[in-house]
Design a protein around this ligand. Structure first.
Ligand code: ADP
Length: 229
């Protein structure tokens, strides 16, 4: 059950493989990982090593073939589908390399929508969206549509949207992979401030070694295992 000390995300002896004819393509065999509240962990590994697979497992989008994924001490495998979906919506935020903002809505609306889906009123959602955008130093851009924003601004809106419902875990797949170095650094600073201030746990895939070094820990995938880099 839930305990105060439980990591926000925990993998216990996780295995993941794909069936290829009568063979197995093994992606992960025996990985352990714990990410705690307020902690930022960088995942740096070559293409094809299994980073996306690991994020999908953490985000409860895939299930392990063996081992356990626990969110705040609760074993995802013991939950029903609807409970798992609800947990994903309320407790986990996702940021991707491409922002995936809805083009016909303003930045403010993009951050409001997940909150309204979660049941907040329009006024409540607008209020929190405004606060989050101000926190991301985007208040003057709140009423612009994504096409009117720079790449760095779009990505900061995507981060605000990912945390709109106050998740406990933030999963990011190369959140600055599409940005120039200076913009990357600025977007990362905003992300870092948010994690530190809100006590989120964050697992961030990046190819950027400078950013990885600014996190609390770097992990990698070696011989299909999760290891400290
Ligand atoms: P990364 O994100 O590090 O590039 P992935 O997690 O996307 O790596 O993929 C790891 C390996 O698993 C790759 O060899 C990939 O081809 C394979 N893979 C990913 N998804 C599937 C799938 N649905 N079926 C079979 N193989 C897959």
């Amino acid at each position: 059950m839930n305990t105060a000390a439980a990591p926000v995300l925990e993998f216990r002896d996780i295995h993941r493989w794909y069936a290829e004819g009568d063979k197995r393509l093994v992606i992960l065999e025996g990985g352990d990982l714990a990410v705690h509240e307020g902690e930022m962990v960088a995942l740096v590994a070559p293409s094809g090593a299994g980073k996306s697979t690991l994020l999908h497992l953490a985000g409860l989008l895939e299930s392990p073939d063996q081992g356990q994924v626990l969110i705040a001490g609760e074993d995802a495998a013991r939950m029903g589908d609807s409970e798992r979906t609800a947990l994903r919506r309320t407790s986990i935020g996702f940021v991707y390399q491409f922002h995936h903002l809805l083009p016909e809505f303003t930045a403010l609306e993009n951050v409001m929508i997940p909150q309204m889906i979660a049941g907040l009123t329009k006024a409540e959602a607008a209020n929190r969206a405004g606060q989050l955008l101000a926190y991301m130093k985007l208040a003057p851009r709140a009423l612009h549509r994504p096409a009117e924003l720079s790449g760095g601004e779009q990505q900061r809106v995507a981060i605000a949207r990912a945390v709109a419902n106050a998740p406990r875990l933030l999963l990011a797949d190369e959140p600055t992979g599409n940005l120039d170095p200076e913009t990357s650094s600025y977007v990362f600073e905003a992300l870092e401030a948010l994690v530190r201030q809100s006590g989120l746990a964050a697992l961030i895939v990046t190819h950027n070694h400078d950013l990885a070094r600014r996190m609390d820990r770097i992990i990698t995938l070696r011989d299909r295992r999760i290891v400290t880099a």
